[in-house]
Design a protein around this ligand. Structure first.
Ligand code: C5P
Length: 401
């Protein structure tokens, strides 16, 4: 960090779980990376680790009490709220998550959080059954809906003796997520159109042909683009995912509807990323009434859907086009072929047959090819991380033009 750059401030709220000791490691990493770390501890947290430990490592006084006059004059709860570039709660207990999601501010941590305008990252850690509890899950969903960022707990042996999901992720992982959330707004001049999810092509009023796309990759791209300051329009097929806050969302079902929505939005955007698994075929005829069961085989006649991305590639008009290629063999060669044939700038190819890659999971293993001929093979990573890599590559390529 150059001395001219303002030191970024992470306000770290520590609530009372056994994972508090890992928050100590997190502070060390953040301080080493150059962050100013201001810590707020709940009463519960102080049962596990003393404020002195955090104070020594962060080099800053630790805030613990709302009504302590010395703390209030030295630190000040509104000052803390204003100073934060990012507000992180790690570990976040079920109790603190419950309070926040219901607007309760009955201690210093929840009060400062209520007053901050900084982005918030919640990192839950608790017993596996507590984490699975539908009340807790509903609270987390509500927080995500409001725009809070959350991390999934890691799996493994829990301090309570159970095994499962509930461990605080490793401090390095939390630090990476913090870095990611604080990334520069380097897409603020971009208007990005992103498609996601599958299509459904009706056979009759109750049946359809579809594919296994979950929409997770496309939604991760939307989150990354929004975080980095882009104006985002999401054209989405049917998915089980929460629509990301801040994007304009156009919901469609069939490939034809997706094409129509994309063509309508196309003139207003600077880039299109087609992460949707567009249905290649549709039934020639969708029956008006439910097709009755009968003996013997039934024949389905299918006709091809238009290739939306190829159509866009024929009238680029300075726009950037990014495609996805789900392959089961000859990854790079097929991706390059697609890039050429559809007149694209980048293709992100993944081998859907490989463990940890492709449909429905939270991770991907991808290779990015671009129109300069560059090939970048990426290791297994979360779809959120891959989304950032796609935009990093996009910006690097664009700056070379
Ligand atoms: O040709 P293929 O289906 O493998 O190409 C994949 C890329 O093309 C994806 O980005 C996908 O969203 C897009 N596509 C499309 N219209 C289709 C089929 C695929 O836009 N009919």
């Amino acid at each position: 960090m150059s001395s001219a750059e303002k030191q970024r401030v992470v306000v770290l709220g520590v609530s009372g779980g056994i994972a508090c000791y890992k928050a100590v490691e997190l502070v060390r990493i953040l301080v080493r990376t150059g962050f100013k770390v201001q810590i707020i501890m709940t009463r519960g947290a102080m049962e596990f680790v003393t404020p002195l430990t955090f104070q020594t490592l962060s080099g800053n006084p630790v805030a613990t009490e709302t009504f302590n006059l010395t703390q209030e004059s030295e630190i000040g709860h509104i000052n803390l709220a204003d100073a934060a570039d990012l507000f992180v709660i790690a570990p976040a207990t079920a109790n603190v998550i419950g309070k926040i999601s219901n607007g309760i501010a009955d201690d210093l941590l929840t009060t400062v959080l209520m007053a901050t305008k900084a982005p918030v990252l919640i990192v839950p850690a608790m017993n596996v059954h507590m984490y699975d509890n539908p009340i807790l899950q509903e609270n987390l969903r509500k927080l995500r809906r409001i725009g809070y960022h959350t991390m999934e707990p890691a799996e493994g042996f829990l301090a309570c003796g159970y095994e499962g999901k509930g461990r605080l992720p490793d401090a390095e992982k939390i630090a990476e997520e913090i870095e990611r959330l604080l990334k520069k707004k380097d897409l603020s001049t971009e208007r990005v159109l992103i498609t996601a999810g599958p299509n459904r092509e009706p056979l009759d009023p109750v049946r359809y042909i579809s594919n296994r796309s979950s929409g997770k990759m496309g939604y991760a791209l939307v989150r990354a683009a929004l975080r980095r300051g882009a104006d985002v329009t999401l054209v989405t097929g049917p998915t089980a995912l929460e629509p990301p806050i801040g994007a304009r969302v156009v919901a469609v079902t069939t490939a034809a509807e997706m094409r129509e929505a994309v063509l309508r939005e196309y003139p207003n955007c600077t880039a299109v990323i087609m992460a949707a698994a567009v249905a290649d075929y549709r039934p020639v005829m969708a029956a008006e009434k439910k097709i009755k069961r009968s003996h013997g085989a039934v024949e389905l006649r299918l006709e091809p859907n238009p290739d939306i991305l190829k159509e866009l590639g024929q009238s680029k008009d300075g726009k950037w086009l990014v495609g996805f290629a789900a392959e089961t063999e000859d990854l790079t060669a097929n991706a390059q072929k697609k890039l050429r044939e559809k007149n694209l700038d980048m293709v992100i190819a993944n081998n859907v047959a490989e463990e940890g890659s492709g449909f429905d999971g939270d991770t991907n293993i991808a290779t990015i090819v671009d129109r300069t001929g560059a090939i970048r093979s990426l290791p297994l990573m979360s779809k959120d991380d891959l989304a950032d890599r796609v935009f990093d590559h996009y910006l690097a390529l664009k700056s070379r033009r």
